[in-house]
Write a protein that binds this ligand. Sequence first.
Ligand code: SPV
Ligand code: MG
Length: 290
Amino acid sequence: MSKAKQLRNRMAERGLVHIMAAHSPLSAVLAEEAGFDGLWASGFELSALYGLPDMSLISMTQHLDMLRAIAGRSSLPIVADIDTGYGNAINVIHAISEYERAGASAVVIEDKTFPKVTSLAAGGRQELLRVEEFQGKIEAAVNTRLDPDFLVIARTEALIAGLGEEEALKRAKAYVQAGADMILIHSKKNDPSEIESFARAWDGDVPLTIVPNAYPDLDANRTQALGNIRMVIYGNYGIRAATTAMQGTFRRIMADGGVQNVHKDIVPVEEIFRLQGMEKTKADEKRFLR
Ligand code: SPV
Ligand code: MG
C-alpha cells in the first residue's frame, strides 16, 4: 500500500491527522518518534533553515533534495508545500512528477502569484491568480500524478489577501471542481473566528486542511467539533522550537564563559548517537569490517 493510501486511510479512520513540519531528516525522526501521522515539508521552515525569508527564494531543487533526505530517514507520509507550483501549469506538471518521485504523498499548491510572499507577514504583498488559471494548475497536478491516492490539496489565500469569506468559498469550490482532493484554508487572524466561520459555511464535497500558526487556540478538540477538517498542519513549530532551544543555549554559553552549566540541560551526545542510528552502524562494523 502506498504511503498516500495510508494517509488517506488514516484520515478516514481517525477523522483528523496531525502533520508536523520538518525542515531536516533529524526533525522528521523526532516528529515520527513523537507520534505524528505525517510530515509537512514546509517552505517556511526550509527558508528559515537557510536564513532566508519565505519568498520563493529557495529553489525546487533545494526543496526536493531536503524532501528526499527526509523520506530516507522517516516512514511517515510527506505533505509537500510546493508554494505556487514554481510558475504556471507547465511548471506544476514538472513539479508534481518530481515531488511524487522524490517520495511525497501529497502536495499543497496555493493560489498566489509567483514569486510569493509568506502569508503571515504584516503588510505582505498578497496577489492572487485568476481562478481559471489556478484551476488549470490543479487540473495539471491531478492529471500528472501516477498514484491516484497522491493528494492534491488546493490552498486558497483569499482570507490572507483580505478578500473575505465569500471569495474564499467561491475559490475553494472552483478548485474542487478542478479536481482538488482537499482545500487548505489559511488565515493570519490571531483568533480562530475566520477559520471556524469558513468551516461552518463549507458545504463542498472535499474535507479541509488548516495550519493553525496564527491562531493557536484552535486545538484538536475544537477542530474536530467543526466536523469537516481532516488535516492539521503544525506549520512552523519545528523551526521555532529549535530556535528557542539554540538561542537560549548559545546565549548561556557566552554568559557563563563556557559549557560547564548548559551541558546538563541539553540532551547528551548519546541521544544524538541514537538518533543517528549509531548502534546499527557499530553492529555492521563488527560484522563486515575485516
Ligand atoms: C509553511 O509552513 O511554509 C506554510 C504555512 O506554508 S505558513 O508559513 O503559515 O504560510
Ligand atoms: Mg509555505
